[in-house]
Design a protein around this ligand. Structure first.
Ligand code: AQP
Length: 343
């Protein structure tokens, strides 16, 4: 029996990367799961707070994300779908685990090192502007570990960028188990389940990944975009002036990104797709990517348009999901508390 847990931040409408890297993959996992596999999918509101958020926008984004998770095909009767911020067990476990995590381990997280690098004074490397470096940004990998460990999760489906965080989660669980070994290790060490599709890059600058919070909306295509917007965004996607189409992520990142998107839409290997376009031009590739993305987003978009009006239903699903998640994690928290000498 597997316990599969994954989450997504309510920081905007999911884009092609979130869709193929997370949501569509969750739907496949749900479809292929054995009857006794348990699946939990969470909108991780507390994670979103690590960056400044407008309260009204965050509130709306939480509901939108819930609706989109359902719209892509996650079935709340089969999977537990819930708002992380409605289940206090996550923050309680995060605090307990943070008291068992040396800060050196957090300092080695690439996400933290990247933030730190951005905040370094260009003239004096030893000076850091920490006004945007809140403590949550430093400790959120522990919250992520708590999200996973609270359910005895065995498998975490995520993209490559999350690999280090899953390793940290295992490390934290091991440390805890070593500190409180009796009568038997309590926390389950989860396995990383690497998403099969490749990382999708920005349409304007293929040196960075496509991101919900990037300032330029032309850099991404999101699940609610109309066919016209999709067409325009792909038409203006940065490529190169080399003749023919080849998959070469180093020399031709923009062109390769379009091949990656097409392969994700058609569920093929990127090399198979690339071979079909070897003697074609960028115009033909862009036209086909456009059609494929419009087709891939058509059903989820229509379902989202329907669901977004169903506020009472969405509320009910969120409440039921939170209740199930609470029930599911209460036993673990009680056991953890007992182990460490609290209540
Ligand atoms: N560009 C991407 N290509 C493939 N997968 C991606 N993911 C994110 N970007 C890409 C995967 O989406 C899942 C959920 O991500 P998240 O919402 O928790 O946060 P993120 O990874 O930080 O995604 P964004 O879009 O860049 O959000 P912001 O801008 O808010 O930080 C993860 O499984 C991730 O691998």
């Amino acid at each position: 029996e597997r316990v599969i847990f994954s989450g997504i931040q309510p920081t905007g409408i999911p884009h092609l990367g979130n869709y193929f890297g997370a949501l569509a993959n969750w739907v496949k996992l749900q479809r292929d799961a054995a009857p006794d596999d348990e699946l939990l999918f969470s909108v991780v509101g507390w994670h979103a707070l690590t960056l400044p958020q407008d309260p009204q926008a965050l509130l709306a984004a939480r509901t939108t994300m819930m609706a989109l998770i359902l719209a892509v095909g996650i079935d709340p009767k089969r999977s537990i779908v819930f708002h992380q911020d409605e289940v206090q067990n996550h923050t309680e476990l995060a605090w307990i685990l943070s008291c068992h995590t040396p800060i050196g381990k957090l300092k080695r997280m690439t996400t933290w090192k990247t933030r730190l690098a951005v905040s370094r004074n260009a003239n004096d490397e030893s000076e850091i502007d920490d006004s945007l470096l809140n403590a949550g940004l430093f400790t959120y990998p522990i919250l992520q570990a708590a999200d996973v460990l609270a359910y005895g999760t065995t498998h975490v489906p995520v993209g490559e960028d999350q690999q280090q965080h899953i390793e940290l989660t295992r490390d934290i669980a091991e440390t805890f188990n070593r500190a409180y070994p009796l009568p038997s290790p309590l926390l389950t060490l989860p396995k990383l389940m690497l998403t099969p599709s490749k990382r999708i890059l920005s349409l304007r600058d293929a040196s960075v990944k496509m991101s919900k919070s990037a300032i330029d909306p032309n850099s991404r295509i999101v699940l609610t975009d109309s066919a016209d917007i999709i067409r325009a965004r792909i038409r203006s996607a940065t490529t190169d002036s080399i003749q023919g189409i080849t998959y070469d992520p180093v020399e031709r990142p923009g062109t390769s990104n379009l091949l990656t998107i097409l392969a994700a839409c058609t569920d093929e290997d990127v090399s198979t797709v690339a071979a079909r376009y070897a003697s074609k031009n960028h115009g033909a590739l862009k036209a086909d990517v456009t059609d494929a993305v419009i087709e891939a987003f058509k059903a989820p978009r229509a379902e989202f348009e329907r669901l977004r009006e169903e506020t009472a239903y969405l509320q009910q699903i969120a409440e039921e999901g939170a209740l199930k998640a609470r029930q599911r994690s209460d036993a673990m928290l009680a056991a953890v508390r007992k182990r460490i000498g609290l209540s």
